[in-house]
Ligand binder design. Structure first.
Ligand code: APR
Length: 250
């Protein structure tokens, strides 16, 4: 694509956002946090290349063998604890601060949108901030566990689970309802860093488009959305693209 064509797409995307701001909603996935040092799940170097999600990321696997699943958590949690927001998170926070974005629906559990200053964040797959006991439902701050520790246990001796949605668990009902209402009512859905392969989050772009929204997609590569649902595809790393888009909006 020529530089002129690329600039035109950015200008078009910026004008769509300006035309409806703040009625813009962002849907983000793991790709937006890759530049913060957190691996994505799919694609090259993806987490699921190292851990079979059916063995490590289902609620059945956790219930059957929590120590085994903590073998994955113990490697991933330190990256989440050490991560800082990157320009993509900061760009979305900047759009919200400028009255050009209403909410962020994130599939990520890393809390980086909030750390970047975003105030209206819907955590569709929960967050790693807390641990929960599946036996007595007591909750604990993640701070009760430190990298290198054994899996944390509840007072009732059960091994605790990070408060993230594993495969086979329901989406928190409030998050799902709010995300769907936002998708149905937004004028622009800005989709960044998701492979759009996991249900029901992957349905949100089609819902938004069905209700009249313009879908703008940011990704390093095409996804199942790109040729079916996306109106404007901004190819590239989320940090660079978001920075350029926010500048074009201003
Ligand atoms: N900038 C933009 N996009 C990127 C970048 C980057 N720097 N790096 C990777 N990507 C893209 C990839 O091309 C891919 O399309 O981000 C996407 C990451 O896809 P996944 O790893 O599948 O992450 P996600 O879509 O968030 O997964 C959804 O699946 O396993 C479950 O619960 C998990 O929330 C997760 C859900």
């Amino acid at each position: 694509m020529t530089e002129i064509a690329r600039s035109r797409i950015f200008a078009d995307a910026a004008s769509r956002i300006r035309a409806v701001g703040p009625n813009v909603v962002a849907l983000t996935g793991a790709g937006i946090s890759v530049e913060s040092g957190i691996p994505a799940f799919r694609g090259s170097q993806g987490l699921w290349d190292r851990f079979d999600p059916m063995e490590y990321a289902t609620i059945e696997a956790f219930s059957a063998n929590p120590e085994k699943v903590w073998g994955m958590f113990s490697g991933l949690l330190p990256l989440l604890l050490a991560a800082a927001p990157n320009p993509a998170h900061l760009g979305l926070s900047g759009l919200e601060g400028a009255g050009m974005l209403r909410s962020v629906v994130t599939q990520n559990v890393d809390g980086l949108h909030q750390a970047a200053g975003s105030r209206n964040v819907i955590e569709y797959h929960g967050s790693f901030r807390e641990l929960v006991c599946l036996s007595c439902w007591k909750r604990y701050p993640m701070a009760v566990w430190s990298p290198g520790d054994a899996p944390p246990r509840c007072e009732c001796r059960e091994i605790l689970k990070p408060d993230i949605v594993l495969f086979g668990e329901p989406i928190p009902w409030g998050a799902q309802a709010t995300a769907e209402a936002d998708a149905k009512s937004c004028g622009v859905l800005l989709v960044a860093g998701t492979s759009a392969q996991v249900f029901p989050a992957c349905e949100l772009p089609a819902i938004a488009r069905l209700h009249g929204a313009v879908v703008i997609e940011i990704n390093t590569e095409e996804t199942p959305l790109t040729r079916t649902t996306t109106d404007l595809f901004l190819k590239g790393k989320a940090g660079e693209v978001m920075t350029k888009l926010v500048e074009a909006v201003r």
